[in-house]
Write a protein that binds this ligand. Sequence first.
Ligand code: SAM
Ligand code: MD0
Ligand code: SF4
Length: 348
Amino acid sequence: MVSLNINNILKRALDEESLSKEEVQYLIGIDKEDDRKKLFDAAKEMRTRYFSDKVFMYGFVYFSTYCRNDCTFCYYRKSNSYCRRYRKSDEEIMQAAYDLEQSGAHLIDLTMGEDPEYLMDGSDKLIQLVKAVSDSVKLPVMVSPGVVNRDTLKKLRNSGATWYACYQETHNRLLYKALRINQNYDDRWISKVHAKEAGLLVEEGLLLGVGDGVKDAADSLFKMKSIDADQIRVMTFVPQHGTPMYKALKGSDKLELNMIAVMRIMFPDRLIPASLDVEGIVGLRERLEAGANVVTSLIPPKSGLMGVSQSILDIDEGNRTVKGIEPLLIDCGLAPAALSEYREFINK
Ligand code: SAM
Ligand code: MD0
Ligand code: SF4
């Protein structure tokens, strides 16, 4: 029996021994600041081992805010009358992708609500959009369309997509049911299995502060292992105007930071984002200091495009741009990767 002692656990982690669920849960729940610093230092050591000082930059294009679903946590849920709905034209989407490419982003993440106009049977609108963006922008493309069927995933791959992102949010099925109303847990999970089979890279993710606990977080990390995702994320819930969870307290991001570090230790060679969409630029340093190696949700200023959990924060000010975050990266002893380094990772 291994004792639950932070130094022992971190030493074993740095030796790349696998940790038990009990140990993982212990690390996630660490509260003392001295111990958290040890956890973050270990995570950074792992990041340096696998990625040196290089950070990848993801441009984000939320091109449709229409959604057929009613997730309780989300601003875009169909019954939210406060939400500003838009559906960008192909030209506007291409312009945003081009601007992101010019600014130094390494990837274009095409994200949407589950917009029926793109997802109705027989429509190839999404496939055509991915093809158009992949053909015109010389960057890898990620699609975040929600759950889509196996055939669509194959077509997305063939039309040029590299990544499929679809976050389970939680692996506590009861909680899932309360959050993702009328959406099947298994269908969402299997879409990621199908995406892998189709040759897409997969991103899986968790939402924290939605009624989950430390045990759920540990269980989720072990469940994540089974899908062998190439990128894994964790984000703290941000309450949204007009939604049933508006009055819920915003979770402390302490747990998110611990989770980023534990993910880095358990999945040292995977991509782990620091999202600008949770706390904007002020939250970036601590996420990088916890072991993240991708900055996501870079958005072209004045494009009229929204974030997800922070629909306007820092966007028009230009703080969610490569230029806006570069000084901070450098101050953290990190540097933007070259596009060739990103390609090397995804072609592995
Ligand atoms: N509609 C697609 C789907 O649900 O998979 C893709 C877009 S969806 C808005 C992307 C992710 O944003 C969700 O999976 C969830 O993790 C995150 N998200 C949504 N609302 C959020 C909120 N209020 N706070 C934090 N994250 C949120
Ligand atoms: C982000 N708001 O990167 C975006 C979004 C979807 N693939 C990504 C959740 O934080
Ligand atoms: Fe729609 Fe995605 Fe928001 Fe759920 S999380 S309401 S599927 S946009």
